[in-house]
Every structure is written in C-alpha cells, then in structure tokens.
Design a protein around this ligand. Sequence first.
Ligand code: UD1
Ligand code: CA
Length: 425
Amino acid sequence: MNKDIKAVILAAGKGTRMKSNTIKVLHQIFGKTVLGYVLDSVKSIATQSIVIVGHHAEEVTEFVEKNYSAAKTVLQSPQLGTGHAVSMACPSLENFDGQVIILNGDIPLITEDTINKFIEYHNSNKSDLTVMSAVLDAPASYGRIIRENDNSLKAIVEAKDATPEQSAVREVNVGVYCLNWAKIKGAFCQLTSNNAQGEYYLTDIVSWAKNQNLNVNAYIMENSEEMNGINSRQDLAFATKLMNERKLNALMTEGVTIVDPASTWISEDTEIGADTIIYPSTYIEGKNKIGKNCKIGPCAHLRGDVEIDDNCKIGNFVEVKKAKIGHNTNAGHLSYIGDSEFGSHINIGAGTITANYDPISKKKSKTVLKDNVKIGSNTVLVAPVEIGEGTNVGAGSVITKNIGEWALAITRAPLRIIEGWVKNK
Ligand code: UD1
Ligand code: CA
C-alpha cells in the first residue's frame, strides 16, 4: 500500500561557515540553487513539500514561490535547531496520516533514486522511523550513527557531543529521515536542548522513538557521495565537482563524446543527443537541450534555457543564453547569442553579437533569424529585430531594423583607398 508522502525540507539555518551575505541554500551549482536540487529530488515522490524558512526568509520564500508552486513555506523564527525547525511544520501536518520525508536543505547531491530505495527499505522493514546513513572514510563533523550490539539503531550523536569512542564511528547521519508521521509527530513537542550546541536536535527523535518502543532503523545509502552537505565554500566546490563527474559519465554512457572530462562542466539539467562532441573547456549551466551530432566548444559557454537542434556547431568563445537554434546552424567563433530564436541552416559569422539588452530601460529584447540567413562577421543585431528567410547581412553591419526575405543588408562605411598616403607622410 502506498501511503501519501509529504516532504519537509529544512532551509532556515544561516550557514555561518559560508561567510556569505547569501543564505547557504540559495548558493548555486550550475546556476541552480542548493535548495532547488533538494526540492527536485522529492518532486515526483511527495505530494507536497513544506520548506522551513528563517534566515533570509523573504528571499527563500520568493525563490520557492517562483520556482516550486506546489511547495509551501513555513517560518521558523528564531532558529533553535533542526528539531525545532520540523516542529514548525506540525500545524500544516495536523491530521496527516501518511509518511513524512525530512531532508536537510543543504544536500544537493541526493537523488530521487536513492530516496525511493530508502522508502522501499522503510516500508519493507515496517519501520516507524528510518534514518539514512552513509559510511565514510572521514566522518568529519557529521552526526555519528550509534548502533546496539545487535546492530539495530540506538542513537545519533552529534560530533560535538561525541565521546572519543563515538567519534571513531564511520557511519554518519545523512540528514534524510522517513517518518510514519502519526507515530513520530509527538517527538517534536518533547525534544530538549540539553546538548553542546543548546539546540533542539532533530536527531534526538531516534532516542525518543526507541523509548516509545517504535521500530527504528538506519538505511545505509549505496553511494555515499550523495550525502555531501554544503557547509563551506570548499563543500560547494566539491559538490559541483561530484555532480559534474556524475553528469559527464551519464552523458558518455548515452553516446556523447566528452573530449576532456577534466575541463568540461555540464549541469545536471542539460540533455545532449548521441554523437554530439563536447570539446575542452566548455561550461554549460542551467537547463538546456542539445541535439544529436552537434559540435560544442572548445571554450563554449551555454548559460541556460538553450535549445540546440541536431547537427549544429557552437564553436570557440561562443556564449549562448535563452536561445532556440534550429538544425544545421553554425556559430563557429567569438559570438554572443542571447534571447534569440534562430532557424535552420543559418551561418553566424565570427564576432556576431545579439545586442539584447537596453541598459536604460533595463529591458531585454529578442532577435529572430529565419531559415537560411547568413550573417557576415562582426555584425551587431540590435534587438528587437527579425531577419527574414535567406537574407544575407554583410560583414561589419549594425542591424537596427527588421529585414525581409532573400535580401542583402549592409551598413558598412565605404572603403577609401588613398594611394601613396604612407610614403607621402
Ligand atoms: C545535521 C545533523 C547531523 C548530520 C548533518 C548532515 C542535526 C542536529 N544534525 O548537522 O547529524 O550529520 O546534518 O548534513 O540535525 N536548519 C533549520 N533550522 C535550524 C537549524 C538548521 O532549518 O534552526 C536547517 C539548515 O538550514 C540546514 C539543515 O537544517 O539546511 C541542517 O542544519 P545544519 O546546521 O547544516 O546541520 P549540521 O550541523 O550539518
Ligand atoms: Ca549541514
């Protein structure tokens, strides 16, 4: 029987160790926030996500409302710890009788697949509370999983509260929990702050549930890489690297050539068709879709909302943002393509720029090129502008008006040659 599942995501903490004006869950990896990754990991598992906000509550709420309309936010003020944070969700879950997945908002590498396996484990063990754990070589500051002699779960002890013996334990708390809500919800009214950090620890629900004789278990995740939390800038860089490696491997498995994985960066939300070749030093962030048989890079920069159809070439030092590019279209060198819609069989000469931004009105406008357009090198397309099918634009032009089909448009100043000028000087 599949019970209704809701998620509670903890995102109220400041993230002191980031030393930042931006709250840590809004720091970005490939143009997507840390919290966004966590929300996406439960998007198709939970019927609703409740995000606990506190520090920079307005910014986090705005982010959630704008990007995750099915989620809701609840304020935690002041922020008295992870257990206190969950208790803020109690009124929203008052009559809820299903399962609640609690996730720390700072673990962007966690995958839907892992959460599904975790829930399966919880169900097949008839568990009331399951904690996700990982076995690490260097357990660092993570909470330690303490087991009974019979190997069942006894408690979670925070690194700061651990005895030397407990510190030596390499199994740690990931920050993901599955609760049969009706049985565990009482814990959040009875947590105490009797510990080194003077906080209400979420992790204390383990001892609470054991005292109630409930069935409590820990599930060891298969790939401990997914547990890396974001607490510092070093963590952010490390998570970015892991996420990238995971993505490049998946793409190569699907038939994409990555010439140099060490210098290539591709976001999780980028789809790429088979036989496309990604050349070194390419950076692709945000959500994108690239077709089959394309050549991207070296040194290309795709900034998100980019759709490139089959057989295209986006070459060296070409930056593309929010653009749709039809099949067999080439932009080989040194160009900027932003807020654009390009058809098929287009050639973009070196150094072509779509001037999409008006710094006075702060408005961005669109450039539309129909099929078979040829743009000469060093052209500026001042948006909003549309160029009709088959039209050629001469090199060095500045195009400020719409142009119809099959024409030649050129704004170049006439060439002057003054014979002997140098010798006469
Ligand atoms: C927590 C766990 C630790 C686990 C680790 C995994 C506790 C007590 N400890 O430690 O066992 O190994 O995560 O990453 O839970 N938050 C709130 N409100 C608060 C405090 C925190 O919403 O009052 C949020 C934070 O924004 C963050 C999450 O809860 O997203 C975890 O908080 P954090 O301070 O990072 O906990 P850790 O020390 O990492
Ligand atoms: Ca953390």
